[in-house]
Design a protein around this ligand. Structure first.
Ligand code: ATP
Length: 267
């Protein structure tokens, strides 16, 4: 924990290349954050500031958090994460202070990425809010995003939600989270890539990742990582049982896939 009691920021080592698929999303993140930071002359020439916010939305487990960490990884920058549900669960007044402290820490660490997860928690109607001070928290966030008291230069705010229609419209105005990017479930080639990345470095035999990609329509990236983990567990059990080290087989991956319900269908 840092002196303000906030979780210490981490320095992700993942890059956009580690994220499977989502080529257009990666291009937009590059244009919004990476290119301006890497090209100071062009930035000065076009008068582009180094601040700004972007809202990632889409079904769970499809890479929103992963993308935000990868942006920080690309920049060699610190990554601060704040879940808005946790912030709203705090005592009256504490929520606003936590938000303020998170932005203050991020400004000191700039350039950095500040990731605001579960943004829709702030947009729910007052009556549904877990405490009526929700509006104060929204106002605090608006003030922080506007840099009312301090400059946000070099603070890249990435927010995420599964329910964009619940996000308070005031948060989406220009200068705030004014760009939205849809993060869709992985298509066939992306699923194949995610399988290959998840299996890299593990012992495998006779594994056909194209076949696996075909049978996992509707699975999120998180589902695919789960399938690979489950198959690894089956192989490990097999090795314990037989006393020999067995590679992961297609059969074990197929079994794990059949036991994993595709989680993006309902979205
Ligand atoms: P939520 O809305 O539930 O917060 P999310 O969209 O933020 O979900 P992540 O936390 O980024 O999802 O994804 C969970 C894990 O799934 C990642 O840590 C990663 O291992 C894997 N994953 C998801 N999408 C991808 C992808 N496109 N490429 C590679 N791995 C992925």
């Amino acid at each position: 924990l840092d002196p303000e009691g906030l979780p210490a920021p981490d320095r992700p080592r993942v890059t956009l290349d580690d994220v499977g698929g989502l080529e257009q999303v990666k291009a937009r993140l590059d244009a919004a954050f990476l290119a301006p930071l890497r090209n100071p002359e062009l930035r000065a020439y076009y008068g582009k500031s180094l601040r700004g916010g972007l809202l990632l939305y889409g079904p769970p487990g499809c890479g929103k958090t992963f993308l935000a960490r990868a942006v920080a990884g690309e920049l060699g920058a610190s990554f601060f994460a704040l879940g808005l549900n946790d912030v709203l669960d705090m005592w009256l007044g504490e929520s606003e202070r936590r938000l303020h402290d998170a932005f203050a820490s991020a400004r000191r660490a700039a350039p950095c990425v500040l990731f605001l997860d579960e943004l829709d928690a702030l947009g729910q109607k007052r009556s549904q809010m877990r405490h009526s001070a929700g509006r104060n928290v929204v106002n605090q966030l608006l003030a922080e995003l506007d840099g009312a008291q301090a400059d946000n230069e070099g603070v890249f705010v990435l927010a995420a939600t599964n329910h964009p229609w619940d996000v308070d419209t005031a948060l989406r105005r220009p200068g705030r989270l004014d760009r939205t990017v849809l993060v869709l479930p992985p298509d066939l080639p992306a699923r194949e890539t995610i399988f290959r990345k998840a299996l890299a470095g593990r012992p495998i035999r006779g594994v056909d990742t194209v076949k696996l990609a075909r049978r996992t329509d509707g699975c999120s990236g998180a589902d695919i990582v789960h399938i690979v983990e489950s198959a690894s567990e089956l192989a490990l059990q097999e090795s314990v049982r037989t006393g020999a080290m067995h590679p992961i087989t297609q059969g074990q991956l197929d079994q794990a896939a059949s036991e994993t319900a595709p989680s993006t269908r309902a979205w």
